[in-house]
Write a protein that binds this ligand. Sequence first.
Ligand code: NAD
Length: 356
Amino acid sequence: MIEDFYYRALPVQVYFGQGESSKVRSILTEQGYSSVMVITTPEQNKSGLAMAEQLGDLTAEVYPHAVMHVPVEVADQAVATALNKNIDCCLALGGGSTIGLAKAIALKTGIPIVAIPTTYAGSEMTTVYGLTENKLKKTGKDIRVLPKVVIYDPELSLTLPADISASSGMNAMAHSIEALYAQDKNPIITLLALESIRSLSQALPQIVQSPENLDARKQATYGAWLAGICLGSVGMALHHKLCHTLGGTFNLPHAQAHAITLAYSVHYNRNADIEAMDQLAKALGGTSHEQVGQLIYQLNQQLNIPLALKDIGLPEDGPQEVARITCANPYYNPRPYDQAELEALLKLAYAGLPPG
Ligand code: NAD
């Protein structure tokens, strides 16, 4: 029997396919934009300059200053430049960090975003923004930060190194997994989440083996898009809260922190929503909710992702501090938690021992 539910579709126009990013100039013109700020990270500056050349006289500014977790000082500087240059569109070319900076501009100014994602993080599909101040990452929701147009071009992910591709794909997987047991879950999002989990779990091992495999890149991009819809449509749970703290307070690499912690957070929740966890196990090639943590742990091993939070920079007192911050401002989770339980979960993740 289908239970009553609420579902809200977000208004984003999506172009999906190999080579789609070559149409960006005509897409921007069609949208009526004529003064564009191209935003990238310093590492993707070259791609930003190439994009600016492609846009010709539409380019007002190339801004290669996006960094992880959007520090407020970086956001303020970008807002000032956007206003100074009188732009009418932010073109975010990159991963979640770049899209995050465009969102910070949109939040303050209302300037619309066109996003060309080059990782699998999923930010382009959400109204969620994040800003980091005094080592604390705060997130909020605002419809102004949702991109108007998203162009998914799997070709652009070919340059994403295998290790970043793997952890970024697991970051997407985390969105889809938490959507399965979200407080406001619904059957439409569950369908998308399961399709996303299947797509990512098939594509990522192929990408790690041969990063130039365009079919696998396309499948991962598709899975990541669906994961982004999940993230943008329903509330996340404990896992996302833990990762915000790991990133915001300890500046751990976002995608790797997600990949590692995911095995432990789903193991913790394995009996809290058995129907969802059975579906998850099947989508990952297993049979029972009891296996979900182990299945994610094994997938991380197969993808050569570091297994321990200590290996990506969490200090020894990190588990205690993350547990404290999480309990001080708790998130919904299908299984309740307290400081001692979270510390135990995080100590396992710190050491990289198999969950359970
Ligand atoms: P990222 O954007 O920081 O990118 C990681 C690195 O890879 C960067 O150096 C980047 O320049 C490089 N890179 C990206 N694409 C590349 C490509 N195709 N080829 C070569 N190099 C490439 O990493 P991310 O994991 O995509 O984003 C993480 C950030 O996004 C975090 O701050 C996280 O909180 C945020 N995020 C926000 C949301 C949201 O809904 N607001 C969702 C997911 C992630």
